[in-house]
Design a protein around this ligand. Sequence first.
Ligand code: DOR
Length: 460
Amino acid sequence: MNKEAISLLIHGGRIIDPGQGMDQLGDLLIAEGRILQVGGTVILSRSLERGEGKVKNLDATGLVVCPGFVDLHCHLREPGFEDKETIATGTKAAAIGGFVAVCCMANTEPPLDNAAIVDWVKRKASKDSVVAVLPIGCVTRGRKGEELTDMAGLAEAGVVAFSDDGDPVASSQLMRRAMEYSRDLGLPIIDHCEDKGLSDNGIINEGQISAKLGLKGIPATAEEVMVARDLTLAKMTKSRLHIAHVSAKGSVELIRHAKEEGISVTAEVTPHHLTLTEERIVREPPNKPFDTNAKVNPPLRTKEDIQALIKGLKDGVIDAIATDHAPHTVADKNCGLELAAFGISGLETAFGCLMSLVHQGEISLTQLISKLTCEPAKVIGRNGELGTLRAGAPANIAILNLDQEWIVNSRNFASKGKNTPYDGYQFKGKVMATIANGEIVYIDHSLVIARNEVTKQSHV
Ligand code: DOR
């Protein structure tokens, strides 16, 4: 992992910044950690002159230069589950995936339910992380759903949102109060929508596959009921609600209707819910009958749901794509389907996997980039510093090769979580470099730094 503050001229790339409506060939100049100039041809001032060893060059001909990605939803597992992931390994994985900022979920042990723990995560991240780590604080103490946390104290400690993710807030009254506090604090609640009574310890989507295989299903209704409740509460409390990992067509319609009514709601969808269906859990013989790596909560659903999710993305009903990176140990997954943990390790495959939607003409490249950059940045109110290539903003950049083909090999993941249903898949589209806050935090081996220069060797 390369990490150094530099002055860098990225030249000849296709610069795409959806927040500024920018899509043009040109140069981008970074100095002192900030974007100095973007677009057109950069003429270096004497002090920054090219070739004098002061400014390094990166030839981005044939590559896309865009804002670095912002992940609203990932599990870094530290403190407490360091066998699954640490802040160091998770954020390396993020950098490889093109992410410059990750919002880390609160279901650690202890959970992020008080200012001291949030402060500990921030200090640990400042030492171990190559990208920005933005903690999310719990809604309820111990994530138990019984009493609210000191939400004001958490806000003061710097959380960007509140969530009991992994579990819903079952009590409507508690959720109402949480929304009132979050409204007054100006922060969103990131809502894991699941009616546990309806999901009833189910394992996969309730539908034809669960019926055929005799597996306990989780109906789409388990999500939709909670989306409906919380949209109603958001309307009542005039608070800002963000719906996590939307998986069902019915939820998309509820959110669409709520937005039309003027309710302040945003929503995210994961790469896996956009690209895989419930069938993916079944394995071909001679393998074990089920692939536990495709067990995730909410479960993978149907083609019809995927179509609704894609339509929602295009229409603006769904604002952002978030990984829900949920790393687990081999032991957590190498067991029967009933016992296996829910979750997919997703930071390193997100972009490659999502590019399949672009290559298939399902969404445009600009739409994809916008859902990974300016839109998630807006949800957490960080759109001045994240998700933008505006001159003066901190240099948070991803450099992409849209045509490079590669095969997923989980053994090579920087993440400790090798639990991916995409192992062995061929993707077309790869992150070539990630610059976070002015530092190169990831660079593909085909881009080399030599003699004070960063030069493109080859782009397949
Ligand atoms: O699949 C999931 N895994 N869904 C969640 O909501 C939680 C997550 C985890 O923490 O492993």
